[in-house]
Structures are given as structure tokens and as C-alpha cells.
Design a protein around this ligand. Structure first.
Ligand code: NAG
Ligand code: NAG
Length: 276
């Protein structure tokens, strides 16, 4: 009995954290260090219901959606499509333009191979973006309605890589979590993907799929976004709904990092005043 209790105490925290999800569907900072909900212009389905915006970053564990071993039997998305129900003024639908680079934050949930503070054995297997052909949620991950639009790469892991590779950011794939060692559970990682130039303007369903390890079923997050042909049209839409029209900036372009410390103000508007 004592052994069983000890086993559970050791195993449960790891099991409880074995997942992730997309927190924001149009974030203003690529490769950023710390989450700031003010930088988020669009949200995934049911973000208000699950307190994704106002709760502490990374803590909404029951928002995760893991497919089962029989993808045909479990719905592809955490919640079925219902645009009126799942979006509101606090967590509106994102708007994209053709060719836009879109930044997607997600919590690390311990899954980073980082030589400075963790094991190097955290696998990263597949990070894909899809759009759905049509207005209805597809049945399953291998539906012909899912059109892959981007392979977001995989992060380096394992004992073959030098420490330097495993502790250098940005990284491709899931493990692009520069402040991982400060909070392995809830630190923020970001991806980016590009909106394809040949998409028809209008509202579309986007799907993120992550396979962390081939032995673990895929995780998904689903959301809607309004796609505009040009940035001018997208900007018009965002202005009318009280949102920023800026393009996402890169953390490393606006910050001066010396010995792992930010040497300038974190707020980019303050930064602009100082440098411009
Ligand atoms: C989808 O994948 C599952 C498991 O990989 C398989 O059992 C099923 O037959 C596939 N369905 C189609 C339509 O390919
Ligand atoms: C955007 O993501 C791709 C795929 O992971 C990566 O190769 C690229 O470096 C990223 N771009 C930036 C600016 O981080």
C-alpha cells in the first residue's frame, strides 16, 4: 500500500500535466517570454466558458482535448461548432488576412527538453495546422475535409544534441518556450503559421494538432477566424471592433537581451517612444 501511494504521488503530477492547447488565435508578439492577454486579438472556441482569458495562463487543464485511439469515435474538437455561443466581446473571433503570419501561444505543461533545468527526453513529434473545407466540424483527424496548411516543425530533443541547442530560442515546434525553467508547468510557448494566399475570404474553421509522442494520441484545439483578402480590409474590421491593427512583432527584434535579462522596457509602446 505504501508503495502504491508513493507511486501515485510520483506519477500523478506528470500525468495531470500531459497535455496542451492553444490559448490565443491572433497574438501580437512572436517568440515572447511572458503571456499578456492584452496582446490577444482572437480566441479559440469557448474561451470565456473555460476562463482562458482571465484565469492564470496555462491552468485551464480541462480545456485540453485529446483524441482517443480510435479517431473515428471521438469528436475532433473540444466543443462542437457554435459561433454565437462560443465567442463574445471578451473573447472574440480572430480576423486574418491572406499571407498573414499568425502567432499562437500555448502552455508548456512540462514538455520541453531544456538542458538548463530538465531532462532532454521530452519528445516533440508533430505540430500541424489545418483549415476545414466547408462549414461543419469534420468527424475526425483523418477526414478528407481537413486541409493541412502548415507544418510548424518539431523541437530538438534527446541526448545527441549539445546543451547549447537545447537551451537556445527560438526553436521550431512545440518547445519554443524561452522561460521554461522559470515555470515548467505554465510558461508560455508560441508557434506561428501563415494564412495561405489561396484561401477564399470568409469565415473558416482552423484546427491545431499536436502529437507530442507517437505513443500518445493527438491533442487538438479548434477555432473560427474571419479571413479577409487584404490587410486593409482586416484592419477595417479590427478597428470597428476595437482591436489593434498592428502586425505581430518579434520579441527579439524589440528587446535587447544581455545575459538572459531584458535590458529595456517590456511594453513595446514605451519602447517605441524611447527608440523612435
Ligand atoms: C482514420 O484513422 C483511424 C485510425 O488511424 C482508422 O481506424 C480509420 O479507418 C481512418 N478512417 C479513414 C476514413 O481513413
Ligand atoms: C515561424 O514558424 C516557422 C515554423 O516553425 C519557423 O521556421 C520560423 O522561424 C518562425 N518565424 C519566426 C519569425 O519565428
Amino acid at each position: 500500500m505504501r508503495l502504491l501511494v508513493l507511486f501515485l504521488a510520483l506519477a500523478l503530477p506528470a500525468l495531470a500535466a500531459a497535455h496542451s492547447w492553444i490559448v490565443c488565435t491572433d497574438y501580437l508578439e512572436n517568440n515572447g517570454w511572458y503571456w499578456d492577454d492584452a496582446k490577444c486579438r482572437g480566441w479559440p472556441r469557448a474561451a470565456t466558458k473555460f476562463n482562458i482569458r482571465f484565469g492564470a495562463f496555462g491552468t485551464q487543464n480541462n480545456y485540453r482535448w485529446r483524441l482517443d485511439n480510435h479517431p473515428e469515435e471521438k469528436a475532433l474538437c473540444r466543443t462542437n461548432r457554435n459561433d454565437d455561443k462560443w465567442y463574445d466581446a471578451d473573447t472574440p473571433i480572430a480576423a486574418y488576412y491572406l499571407g498573414q503570419k499568425v502567432v499562437l501561444p500555448h502552455p508548456a505543461n512540462n514538455h520541453v527538453s531544456e538542458s538548463k533545468c530538465r531532462s532532454r527526453g521530452q519528445i516533440d513529434w508533430e505540430n500541424l495546422m489545418f483549415v476545414v473545407d466547408g462549414d461543419e466540424d469534420p468527424c475526425c483527424i483523418n477526414s478528407t475535409k481537413l486541409i493541412q496548411i502548415m507544418d510548424m516543425g518539431v523541437s530538438p530533443y534527446g541526448w545527441d544534441h549539445p546543451d547549447e541547442v537545447l537551451s537556445t530560442y527560438p526553436k521550431p515546434g512545440f518547445q519554443n518556450v524561452p522561460r521554461f525553467c522559470e515555470d515548467p508547468e505554465d510558461a508560455m510557448g508560441t508557434y506561428n503559421f501563415t494564412v495561405p494566399m489561396d484561401m477564399a475570404p470568409g469565415r473558416h474553421i482552423f484546427v491545431w494538432k499536436w502529437i507530442r509522442d507517437p505513443a500518445v494520441s493527438p491533442f487538438t484545439t479548434c477555432w473560427e477566424a474571419d479571413v479577409f483578402a487584404t490587410k486593409a480590409e482586416r484592419d477595417h474590421h479590427y478597428l470597428h471592433t476595437g482591436r489593434s491593427t498592428e502586425d505581430a512583432w518579434d520579441f527579439y527584434q524589440i528587446h535587447n537581451i544581455v545575459d538572459g535579462m531584458i535590458m529595456d522596457p517590456v511594453d513595446p509602446s514605451v519602447n517605441e517612444i524611447i527608440t523612435g
